[in-house]
Design a binder for this molecule. Structure first.
Ligand code: GLC
Length: 551
């Protein structure tokens, strides 16, 4: 089937279902709630939805631990609600993609339950190893979430590998039967009408033969031997050849620690590519090393370097996936912007990425400038990774410092319920929500922003509408100016006959307006701005402007 690459003209919205909207009053977000909000999404200019996992799951990792790949969890409304949302989205011209999590399953999945009992053909569905004669674990790999990557199973009398939580055993993708299962899952959802997949840590699915010790990585030991493993491209080609090529669908690869050069091996737009776009983490590392682990001061230069390098290196060869936020990272205004200049910095961040080449993704609440959640009580955190880190890391620090670490780095900072109104539970639910609502909801909520023409929400609407109107945003050449500036992100997008200049200030102090040579502002149209009144020759704190030249 010919691929039309429809996603190139689109803007996606990520729904993390537990916290989006509860319509059946049980305190947990659900698909009936999504159905109610489809018009809201359309009004934002969104053309597609990525759903974080909706499948039945014990919830050890908020749904990324799947117990049944071919159903929708009852708490989200089951298949009935899903089909309603799918039809409702398609009726509005919107696409819908699912989260495919096949590096691991839940330990409550029937395959695992049979595998631990050595019931065929499931015996080798997972990665089992006997204890070593010296009593040590099978190798020195770490789990990304909870201590070491091996768990002993009494029933089977062996260890199983879990790169994530103990309740997330890794599948053995070297087993052809497991790959057939993956294909069945892909076909099942595509035949039901979904438009593609975001593939969770897909670069981890092929582990190096013999599972050797990893002596290189200082943390997340093992990554050397399972990220971009030996058969990864072979397996992805197989999924493509046997299933994905037969549908006009889109695939998005989540890929920790990947450079643009490596990305091309996965997503080049020629016959060598196996997927369509890639979620890179380099732009998430502007305030930390290895994403959330080692905090540093935000560096605009690192942020710009990441975006510029992906823009330049993928151009004409592959397509970028653009994002600032998702369910795995704290809120971007709190991290990269300024809560003091909340409104302005949320808009500057939006303009920084919405005019780049690629398909932008907006994470729920980002369009409202939602901020990090900062509870006083560490026990309120739910996330498995956060809870483990709190119990085991930085124990020599003061309780206050430890709490601040959570505020700054926890994934839960961005998982609080959507703030729809200033009413009870922020309009998310009429019941007590499954998770705390950020207490700032009276000031930050969708209803208030609907009414304010100058709101962050309305800025997103304008920016998205503008990007869709301008050919240069989709196809134009990218040029970055003043790359060494730590206070200004300035780039252009240029096509014959249409040229765009984007200026984004990152400073709480005013700065001199710098205009790159060859751009005559007096002949341009100012098509987007976040200050009503401009000051001549000056960019105000977190000011952003987008200028357009058209012949
Ligand atoms: C991905 C998901 C994350 C999940 C992990 C394990 O990184 O985005 O939320 O915890 O994989 O599935």
């Amino acid at each position: 089937m010919e691929k039309t690459r429809w996603y190139k003209d689109m803007v996606f919205y990520q729904i993390w279902p537990r916290s989006f909207k509860d319509a059946d009053a049980d305190g947990m977000g659900d698909l009936w709630g999504v159905y109610e909000k489809l018009d809201y999404l359309q009004s934002l200019g969104v053309d597609g939805i990525w759903f974080s996992p909706l499948y039945p799951s014990p919830g050890a990792d908020c749904g990324y631990d799947i117990a049944d790949y071919m159903d929708i969890a009852p708490e989200f409304g089951g298949m009935e609600a899903f089909k309603k949302v799918l039809d409702g989205a398609h009726a509005r011209g919107m696409k819908l993609i699912m989260d495919l999590v096949v590096n691991h399953t839940s330990d409550e999945h029937a395959w695992f339950q049979k595998s631990r009992r050595r019931i065929e053909p499931y015996t080798d569905y997972y990665i089992w190893r006997p204890a070593r004669p010296d009593g040590k674990l099978p190798n020195n790999w770490d789990s990304c979430f909870e201590g070491k990557a091996w768990q002993f199973d009494e029933l089977r009398g062996e260890y199983y590998l879990h790169i994530f939580a103990v309740k997330q055993p890794d599948l053995n993708m070297d087993n052809p039967l497991v790959r057939e299962e993956v294909k069945k899952i892909l076909r099942f959802w595509l035949d039901l009408g979904v438009d593609g997949f975001r593939e969770d840590v897909i670069t981890y699915i092929s582990k190096k033969e013999g599972l050797p010790n990893d002596y290189l990585f200082p943390m997340n030991k093992g990554m050397l031997h399972y990220n971009h493993g030996p058969h990864i491209h072979e397996y992805l080609h197989e999924f493509k050849r046997d299933v994905l090529d037969h549908y006009d669908c889109m695939t998005l690869a989540e890929a920790p620690l990947v450079s643009p050069k490596r990305a091309l091996k996965y997503i080049a737009e020629d016959e060598t590519g196996q997927m369509d776009m890639m979620i890179q983490f380099q732009s998430q590392c502007a305030d930390c090393l290895f994403t959330d682990y080692l905090p540093m001061k935000f560096s605009l230069r690192r942020f710009k370097r990441a975006f510029s390098s992906w823009q330049k290196k993928l151009r004409g060869r592959a397509w970028n996936m653009l994002y600032l936020e998702n369910h795995d990272h704290p809120r971007v205004v709190s991290r990269y912007g300024s809560e003091k200049f909340w409104k302005q910095s949320a808009k500057t961040l939006a303009a920084s990425y919405l005019f780049l080449q690629g398909t932008p993704f907006v994470y729920q609440g980002q369009e409202l400038g939602m901020l990090n959640w900062r509870p006083e009580d560490p026990e309120l955190y739910e996330d498995v990774q956060t809870r483990w880190q709190y119990a085991h890391a930085a124990l020599n620090r003061s309780p206050e410092q430890r709490l601040h670490r959570l505020w700054r780095a926890s994934r839960d900072s961005a998982r609080t319920p959507m703030q729809w109104t200033d009413g009870e539970h922020a309009g998310f639910s009429t019941a007590s929500p499954w998770f705390s609502v950020n207490e700032n909801y009276k000031a930050i909520n969708a209803r208030q922003q609907e009414q304010d023409p100058d709101s962050i929400l309305n800025f997103y609407r304008r920016a998205i509408a503008l990007r869709k109107r301008l050919r240069a945003v989709r196809d134009g050449e990218y040029r970055e100016f003043f790359p060494l500036s730590g206070r200004l992100y300035c780039y252009s997008r240029e096509l014959p006959g249409q040229k765009l200049l984007v200026l984004c200030a990152y400073s709480e102090k005013p700065q001199k307006l710098r205009v790159p040579a060859g751009f005559d502002l007096s002949r341009a149209e100012l098509v987007l701005q976040n200050y009503a009144v401009l000051q001549p020759g000056v960019l105000q704190p977190y000011e952003t402007r987008v200028y357009l030249w058209e012949d």
